[in-house]
Write a protein that binds this ligand. Structure first.
Ligand SMILES: [Zn+2]
Length: 326
């Protein structure tokens, strides 16, 4: 049952099965999407292609000088910048910015292997959330390999601090959980906290549509520095001193922390394999998320690779019993 080959995302397995997915997956069909980069403002097209087992998520950056292309692994080791967004690859020789919203959708969909062809330096921003990417993955469908899926299990607490913010990864035997808290000195945001036990259902319902946000007071200097050239009320929740500028307002009153949680899912997916652990962060962002991965992997006693069958019996067996009765 857990080995259904060709399970599509429309009749996709339940949350528990995804959480303890035993086999690797890829997408069934190539799918494409076009949009603009939020920072460059330039048009960009992406094509997601199926990829073999043990490929992981790989960006194929095309459109480089002299018609060259470059493969960039979606891995924390490839991250070259974390200001405003997460950038993988080398800016001089070929990079892709703002990968986190697609990465979150890929992770939450239980896709292990996919080649992401992108013809410009930045992912399309779409509406500023993961929504369009989830729809794209739905359209692509899912195929399951016989190769086992590897997880990264957190074995002991690892903590980092940056300014007044902090983050930690601690052991957690029920899968991957995030507890994200933000605190902005702006009445419309203030202090917000949200937790997510990562399974497709709750990510899709409660987080995937949360949009990126920014402050009007930052726009001028960002644009002078070449950022936010594509930002608009169609892809960003904009805030001024009085509140939300967008005429339609917010999708949730705590849309801000939901988006920060979405970002954390995308950034932490750059671990290279699904995590088994609890991630907590306070006043974090892309830099904090990536630094957390660096700190985890710097301590070889803090983590290990495991397959689902090597995990303790309780979380692995329980979902399979449920499925056998279905
Ligand atoms: Zn974001």
């Amino acid at each position: 049952m857990a080995d259904r080959v060709g399970t599509t995302l429309n009749d996709r397995p339940g949350a528990l099965e995804i959480m303890m997915q035993t086999k690797q997956t890829t997408i069934r069909n190539s799918v494409e999407l076009s949009g603009i980069g939020v920072h460059s403002g330039a048009p960009v097209q992406i094509i997601l292609h199926p990829a073999n087992a043990d490929t992981g998520v790989v960006f194929l950056r095309t459109g480089l000088q002299d018609g060259l292309s470059r493969r960039i692994r979606a891995n924390w080791r490839s991250v070259s910048a974390t200001e405003l967004c997460t950038v993988v690859g080398d800016v001089e020789t070929g990079s892709v910015s703002t990968v986190e919203h697609l990465m979150a959708a890929i992770y939450a969909s239980g896709i292990d292997n996919v080649l992401v062809e992108v013809d410009g330096p930045e992912m399309p921003i779409m509406d500023g959330s993961s929504s369009a990417f989830l729809e794209l993955l739905d359209e692509a469908g899912m195929v399951r390999f016989s190769a086992p899926r590897r997880y990264i299990e957190v074995l002991k607490p690892v903590r980092i601090e940056q300014g007044r913010g902090w983050a930690e990864l601690v052991p957690y035997d029920k899968g991957f959980r995030l507890e994200v808290e933000i605190d902005f000195p702006t009445p419309v945001i203030g202090r917000q906290k949200k937790s997510l036990d990562l399974d497709l259902g709750s990510f899709r319902r409660e987080f995937a549509r949360a949009r990126t946000f920014g402050f009007m007071r930052d726009v001028d200097h960002l644009r002078k520095a070449g950022f936010a050239l594509g930002a608009s009320l169609d892809n960003t929740v904009a805030l001024d001193d009085t509140g939300v500028v967008n005429p339609d307002g917010l999708r949730w009153s705590d849309e801000f922390v939901r988006h920060k949680t979405l970002d954390a899912v995308g950034d932490l997916s750059l671990a290279g394999a699904p995590l088994i652990g609890l991630y907590r962060s306070y006043c974090g962002g892309h830099r904090m998320n990536i630094t957390m991965l660096q700190a985890l992997f710097a301590d070889s006693e803090a983590w290990r690779f495991v397959t689902a069958s090597q995990l303790s019996a309780e979380p692995v067996e329980a979902p399979q019993r449920v499925l056998a009765e279905a």
